[in-house]
Ligand binder design. Structure first.
Ligand code: MN
Length: 132
């Protein structure tokens, strides 16, 4: 049996229900999931774990997800990790704001549980530095 390295996803989300849902979907589809419920801890995990992708809730207590994304994008260690914004605020303009802060994509909550895993895979495969 080969031991392929699992694709590692860091989920930074303060809502326990959403966090559990995302964890369940992704682990069921064979992803490795690591988690943080606050931006500061998430940034620390990004640096030490170097995940293949980060799912970033924009509405976090303390440092918000956009500020955290900007910090990740200004750190040479983490700048090539794609960050996907997760937000329940489906407001016009939010997507542009998220992209301008360095997010690679944007997923609106509640997430589409059927399409979500493939969307994550596609985003990872589109990365020019995916093998890094
Ligand atoms: Mn939140």
């Amino acid at each position: 049996m080969t031991e392929d390295k699992k694709t590692k996803i860091l989920v930074i989300e303060d809502n326990e229900v959403n966090l559990e849902l995302v964890r369940e979907i992704l682990t069921f589809r064979g992803f490795e999931v690591i988690e943080a419920i606050a931006a500061e801890k998430g940034i620390e995990l990004a640096r030490t774990e170097l995940p293949d992708l980060i799912l970033m809730d924009l509405g976090l207590p303390g440092m918000n997800g956009l500020t955290a994304t900007q910090k990740l994008k200004h750190d040479p260690q983490t700048q090539n990790i794609p960050v996907v914004a997760l937000t329940s605020h489906a407001m016009r303009g939010d997507q542009e704001l998220a992209m301008s802060c360095g997010c690679s994509d944007y997923i609106t909550k509640p997430i589409d549980t059927r399409k979500f895993p493939q969307r994550i895979r596609s985003i990872i495969e589109e990365q020019p530095n995916k093998n890094q």
